[in-house]
Design a binder for this molecule. Structure first.
Ligand SMILES: *[C@@H]1O[C@H](CO)[C@@H](O)[C@H](O)[C@H]1NC(C)=O
Length: 287
């Protein structure tokens, strides 16, 4: 929590400075309106996480596509338990709170860094969604790949799809196409995962030279990670999970393990783990 003001300053300084500026896809580093804290002044530890309002980007990528139910009929209302999320394409550790019940799948080849990010979706076709305007905008946590759907298409958990559109098992049947027009854009996960710290999962089936990992519940997208100083390979279009691969050398799994994470804004968090577990809470967050 005490890292926030420093991270903001560093990130905004790099934006202003130009050279070496890091991308800030969520706009989380845009200068905030109003007076900024003086760099010399001691910054008090904020008692509350910053409100999401000042982080609203001025320009945002907006996607226009279609959505249908995640998991088909099997997916109706199922929450994502520990095994549920880990066995999906993103391999995410179990989330607490809202992300267990409100989730989506996107085309991970088109959006390689989408796992564990959040989006805000609305019914995109005026007049075609019975519920449009009632439960208009729904935030969702990305846990899966949508298969061969288009880059702007989504699969949405059945309960949320019905709440948002009015189509579902207790409402109207989906249109004959099976899909509903939607519009969506990325949003920070921060306000949605209020009580969570970053969690890490390790996929079964790795070996001493190669493991796949996933990080979930981060308030800002994670752009770089390392374990015991060995950098992880970030998700790519063909591999949505993080890969721990040290160029053919054995992985350094010496405990205690130091896990270092860098967020889109450039701030870092470090966790020291007594041992590697299939799923564990790192106890840190990008506030
Ligand atoms: C392996 O990681 C441990 C713990 O971070 C570190 O002390 C050690 O130097 C590392 N070993 C190698 C060969 O890099």
């Amino acid at each position: 929590m005490h890292h926030f003001p420093i991270a903001l300053l560093l990130c905004c300084a790099s934006l202003v400075g130009g050279a070496g500026a890091r991308p800030c896809p969520d706009g989380s580093c845009l200068p905030r309106p109003g007076p900024s804290p003086s760099p010399g002044a001691a910054s008090p530890v904020p008692a509350q996480p910053p409100s999401p309002a000042p982080q609203q980007p001025t320009q945002q990528e907006r996607f226009t596509g279609t959505a249908t139910v995640w998991g088909g009929h099997q997916g109706v209302g199922i929450p994502l338990g520990a095994e549920g999320a880990a066995s999906l394409a993103c391999g995410l550790p179990q989330a607490l709170s809202f992300a267990q019940a409100r989730f989506a799948a996107v085309n991970l080849a088109a959006h390689p860094a989408a796992c564990a990010r959040c989006l805000l979706v609305v019914c995109g076709a005026a007049g075609t969604c019975p519920n449009r305007g009632i439960a208009a905008a729904q935030p969702l946590y990305i846990v899966d790949d949508c298969g061969d759907c288009g880059p702007a298409d989504l699969l949405i958990d059945a309960a949320t799809l019905e709440e948002m559109t009015g189509y579902g098992s207790s409402g109207r049947p989906l249109p004959s196409s099976g899909r509903v027009a939607v519009e969506w854009s990325w949003v920070p996960c921060a306000p949605l995962l209020l009580k969570e710290t970053i969690r890490m999962s390790i996929m079964p089936g790795g070996n001493a030279f190669y493991k796949q990992l996933a990080f979930g519940s981060a308030w800002q997208p994670i752009t770089a990670a390392s374990i015991n100083g060995q950098p992880l390979v970030a998700p790519t279009a063909s591999q949505p999970r993080w890969q721990w691969y040290a160029g053919g050398r054995p992985l350094n799994a010496t405990a205690p393990l130091l896990v270092s994470l860098t967020a889109a804004g450039g701030s870092e968090q470090h966790a020291r783990l007594p041992a590697l577990q299939e799923q564990q809470d790192l106890g840190v967050q990008f506030f």
